[in-house]
Design a protein around this ligand. Structure first.
Ligand SMILES: [Zn+2]
Ligand SMILES: [Zn+2]
Length: 350
């Protein structure tokens, strides 16, 4: 194991640069007090933060967390991040590179006790509700929610661990195996990571999506074929991963399944799926699994990036300074083509 010298740490300032959503459609660079870690918490110097569709929903004001009152403005977003421990201990030393679990669970409630930590009754989620997000130079995290990043995994890959854990959890829960013919619907970060992983786990994987550049990336990641939604064959697949979050994609995904097939739903569609006939599930023997988050899959996912099964680099469209945060959100809003992930660089690289 390589032992790195502990870096000379600059003193922690009193205030920090952050990105703050202040109202619907208003995100601004802000100066905020550096948070003070509570008992059992570590102070983290943030390196990279990824933005995703959930952050865009927080900005638009359409996120469920805002609608049900768990989240409110102003808020610092950022749940996909990597950084360096400033103060921690005993488990973590200054200079340790870490990623954090988005979901911070209580460990005591009924859901936690039966091993469903992602359904914790007192759950908070970093950058979503109950905890400041990582779009800031510093954040505090319970040490129990931190995971050390191996030296071989760079910061850019580490910043993609958070979306990737859900993909790993989904394919595991859907019991993806060699005899499967898999279709992945959606070519965002989640969809393209699902293609990368299914290309290793399943007999074959096809990609289905509306972005030609995203479909081209999927082919590069091992998809056998790539289709616009109407172009894919009905009843062809034993396992479909819905990663687009578009309501019509749910109906399309069911159509792609062969009888007896399994659908893993990761995308979060907020609208009703028109044309969905519940009886179809029974008559065709279909299974539908909703996957909220891969809270238990951080170590496994880091190992998949370390070994090269998952490849972050082709997914990253841009790495921008925090001052360009508002324009990064504009880019997300306009929609994207090809590489899906925008990272913000908060400067905390070791
Ligand atoms: Zn996300
Ligand atoms: Zn709990």
């Amino acid at each position: 194991m390589t032992v790195h010298p502990v870096p000379a740490l600059t003193p922690v300032p009193r205030t920090m640069a952050a990105l703050r959503i202040e109202a619907p459609d208003r995100v601004v660079p802000a100066r905020l007090p550096v948070p003070v870690p509570g008992p059992g918490e570590a102070l983290i110097r943030t390196a990279l933060v990824g933005l995703c569709g959930t952050d865009l929903e927080l900005l638009r004001g359409t996120a469920t967390y805002l609608r049900d009152g768990r989240a409110g403005y102003p808020l610092v977003p950022g749940h996909e991040w990597t950084g360096t421990v400033v103060t921690g201990g005993p488990e973590f030393a200054p200079g340790d590179r870490v990623v954090g679990r988005t979901m911070v669970h209580c460990g005591l409630c009924r859901s936690c006790r039966r091993g469903r930590r992602e359904l914790c009754e007192r759950l908070t989620e970093v950058g979503l509700y109950g905890r400041q997000g990582a779009a800031a130079e510093y954040l505090t995290m319970p040490q129990t929610a931190l995971v050390r990043v191996p030296d071989e995994v760079g910061d850019r890959a580490a910043a993609l661990v958070e979306p990737a854990v859900t993909v790993v959890g989904a394919l595991e829960r859907a019991n993806c195996r060699l005899e499967d013919r898999v279709a992945v619907v959606g070519t965002g970060t989640i969809g393209l990571l699902a293609v990368q992983l299914a290309a290793r786990l399943a007999g074959s994987v096809d990609a289905v999506g509306i972005d030609p550049a995203g479909l081209a990336l999927a082919l590069r990641f091992g998809a056998r074929r790539a289709f616009a939604p109407a172009g894919a064959a009905d009843r062809e697949y034993s396992l479909v991963v819905e990663a687009s979050g578009a309501a019509p994609a749910f109906r399309r995904a069911l159509g792609l399944l062969a009888d007896g097939g399994r659908l893993a739903v990761i995308g979060v569609a907020g609208e009703p799926a028109e044309g969905f006939v519940p009886g179809e599930l029974a008559l065709r023997g279909l299974s539908v699994t909703g996957v909220r988050h891969g809270v238990d899959h951080y170590d496994q996912t880091l190992e998949l990036f370390r070994s090269g099964v998952l490849d972050a680099e082709p997914l990253i469209a841009a790495e921008l300074p925090p001052a360009e945060g508002p324009s990064a959100f504009d880019r997300l809003r306009r929609g994207r083509a090809g590489a899906p992930k925008i990272l913000l660089d908060f400067g905390g690289t070791r």
